[in-house]
Design a binder for this molecule. Structure first.
Ligand code: IFM
Length: 464
């Protein structure tokens, strides 16, 4: 059988993504304030290889070269994040003009290169001064976020046509405030639930501000989402399935799409003692209406599914995270995430049929594989290429079902600081030599360039 060609819809946007703390460096230059990630990474014991984002990929100084590389790849869109403490060194009040100018030049540079900027306002680097006052567990941080969103969108709103308020609230809540593996390193689930509310509230409050300052722009939020899949040979009990879905997905999706926080999860958390008997006592009148502000798109970050286990013991019944199954029969990337391309098709279909977002972008998808340059300086990262190809195939299948998917961003444009894993995990299309900051296009980057040029690719006969 001749190989089948996949063609994506006309106008489908091909991009790549990064975030400020992971690539910029220049952590204390030009009057930038300290962020919670500066504090967290400077605290010994928090990062696997004891590294920090102080220099990272030095993108703050090399953004010109990076935009040229993006142009060479034919990228049509670039998702980056704005560092809040670069703009407002203490979180609110005094504005740092130099910081604003940096992003203004970046946006101009991207537009000149024919690349659509997709800025994300919050990709985890909260100003430390706000953390010192309680961070996201305080409502005042949501108010400060709106001030910040206003300042950035007044400056860039004439040129930016796509705004993303937050990246992965789930990660901030769970990794940062429940498990303590991300900044600010807290392990307090009751406080984390407040954090989740204030993150969503700040999103809802920022939407009309972004629309006012950037009237022609689309506004959305990015969630990391997980298809819930019954484990092999043991059909998961429905309550387990529902609970995982509630914990990972519905807790964020339901309020954003006007359905309030899921009642079954509120009951779970009251039962487990994470919420008081009266429930969500931090939700005030009008909050849920604000959170449900109409958006133009949903940003979907997909990496890995949640495979449920059947057995629920008295010890783990209130703890959704213990209900995961990591069987050896699956493929794993170097960071230990399960590679499960078909999960993307399930996820996109489910999101569309359950929530009907007007449009979706896959704002992150990618894999950590450590393949480095061979003797000739070539990076043969066939595993990443296969990963991207199989996920694009799954995304295309969702498109065939009518899902309004408008674009795809590889995570990441370049290898970078992978949070508590440091520099040991490499997700990039570009290899970074951290000794001399040399960038090398990996084989996957060259393949992706061809996909962009042809708006599709030939599917090998053996593909799923
Ligand atoms: O590196 C992160 C990114 O910052 C958010 N999404 C997941 C990526 C890979 O872990």
């Amino acid at each position: 059988m001749p190989p089948r060609r996949l063609t994506f819809p006309e106008g489908f946007l091909w991009g790549a993504a990064t975030s400020a703390y992971q690539i910029e460096g220049a952590w204390n230059e030009d009057d930038k304030g300290e962020s919670i990630w500066d504090r967290f990474s400077h605290t010994p014991g928090n990062i696997l290889d004891n590294s920090t984002g102080d220099i990272a990929c030095d993108h703050y100084h090399r953004w010109h070269e990076d935009v040229a590389l993006m142009k060479g790849l034919g990228l049509e869109a670039y998702r980056f994040s704005v560092s809040w403490p670069r703009i407002l060194p203490t979180g609110h009040g005094r504005v740092n003009q130099v910081g604003l100018d940096f992003y203004s030049r970046l946006v101009d540079g991207l537009l000149e290169a024919g690349i659509e900027p997709f800025p994300t306002l919050y990709h985890w680097d909260l100003p430390q001064s706000l953390q010192d006052k309680g961070g996201w567990s305080e409502r005042s941080t949501a108010e400060a976020f709106v001030e910040y969103a206003d300042i950035v969108s007044r400056k860039l709103g004439d040129r930016v046509k796509h705004w993303i308020t937050h990246n992965e609230p789930w990660s901030t809540v769970v990794m940062g405030h429940k498990l303590g593996m991300h900044a600010p390193g807290q392990k307090d689930f009751p406080a984390a639930l407040k954090v989740s509310h204030h993150l969503l509230l700040s999103h809802g409050w920022a939407v009309p501000v972004l629309r006012r300052n950037s009237p022609d722009a689309e506004v959305g939020i990015t969630l990391v989402l997980f298809p819930i899949v019954p484990g092999p040979s043991n059909t998961a009990a429905l309550p387990v399935f529902r609970k995982c879905d509630g914990y990972f997905n519905r807790w964020f999706l339901d309020p954003l799409y006007g359905r309030h926080y899921p009642a079954d999860m509120v009951a779970e958390y009251i039962n487990a003692g994470y919420l008081p008997a009266e429930g969500l006592n931090f939700v005030r009148p009008g909050d849920l209406e604000a959170i449900a502000a109409q958006t133009d798109f949903l940003g979907v970050n997909y990496y890995t599914p949640v495979i449920t286990r059947r057995r629920v013991t008295p010890e783990n019944e209130n703890e959704p995270l213990t209900l995961l199954y990591n069987g050896p029969e699956y493929d794993y990337t170097d960071i230990g995430m399960m590679a499960y391309p078909d999960g993307l098709r399930h996820l996109l279909n489910r999101l569309y049929f359950d929530y009907q977002p007007g449009k979706m972008y896959i704002t992150e998808n990618g894999a950590s594989y450590s393949d480095g340059p061979d003797g000739k300086g070539r990076v043969r990262d066939q595993r990443r290429l296969n990963f991207l190809r199989d996920h694009l195939l799954a995304a295309h299948r969702a498109l065939e079902c009518g899902v309004p998917l408008a674009g795809y961003f590889v995570w990441s444009l370049m290898d970078n600081f992978e949070w508590s894993f440091g520099y040991g995990q490499r997700f990039g299309l570009l290899w970074i030599d951290y000794e001399n900051q040399r960038r090398i296009l990996k084989d996957s980057a060259l393949w992706y360039k061809q996909v962009i040029d042809e708006n599709g690719f030939a599917v090998p006969a053996r593909s799923p």
